[in-house]
Every structure is written in structure tokens, then in C-alpha cells.
Design a binder for this molecule. Sequence first.
Ligand code: FES
Ligand code: FES
Length: 149
Amino acid sequence: MLLTINGADYEVEAPEDMPLLWVLRDLLDIKGPKFGCGVAACGSCTVLVDGEPVRSCSYPASAVEGEVTTIEGIAQGDVLHRVQEAWIEHNVPQCGYCQSGQILAAVALLEQTPRPTDEDIDLAMTNLCRCGTYPRIRAAIKTASGQEG
Ligand code: FES
Ligand code: FES
């Protein structure tokens, strides 16, 4: 199958039912998306498919239509995405394990809703964080959206 990931094309030989996360991490060595629960519950494996957040542990790579974006693909060269900048400003990560998925979920939210309310954030940000960084995530999203964070 042919996959476009972070602007590059990859021809991948994989079983039809292989989850996208396996293809990314094990076949292509793209290690930003993390394995957590494996059942689409935690969001640590979140990537974007044509801008939509997808839990790649439970999404067959063969079902992908459109471009895949991982955490490795959201900066422009040395220029970080504004969500990444806000994450640094608010010192969001603790252990960091969930954060690539959190950031991609936030990027997707801000594409859909440029100035999200607390309720918009609660509805969109269903990724789990065992370190409890939720208040900082909320503040960083507010900052990235140009609101007081
Ligand atoms: S590892 Fe995919 S949602 Fe938890
Ligand atoms: S920062 Fe540790 S799980 Fe979220």
C-alpha cells in the first residue's frame, strides 16, 4: 500500500488489517505515536488523517485515505507549530508519554474551532494523561488560540 506521511510517500508491504500504529512505529520507524491501551481508549497513538484525529492503534493502515500527519510532521523545519510553542510556554509535559497524541488532538481542534471555549476543549480533548497535565493542556490550547491561557 502507498501511504503519504508528513509529506513523503512510502510504499509499505503489510497485511490489510495491520494497524496504522504498527506500520508507523515498526515498519517505518516513526516513533512519535505511542502505544498505550491498544483499544482506542487512551489516545497516545493519535495521528491525523487528512487533519482528523485518528487512534492509529485501532485503524487499519489499509483504510487510510489521505495524508497522515504525526508529531514529527507539524513543525516547518526549525519553526515549531504554534501548539508546540504553547506547550513549551506552559511547560505541559510531565512524563511526556501521552503528549504527541495530545498535541495532535489540539492541532485538530484548533483547525476546526480557532477560539475554543472550555466546553469545546472538554469535548475534543478526550486523550488520557496519567500524569494529570489537563490544566496545562487547557491553558496551552487557550494560548495557542490567542486567548488568555
Ligand atoms: S494506544 Fe491507541 S488509543 Fe490507546
Ligand atoms: S504527561 Fe505523562 S501521561 Fe501525560
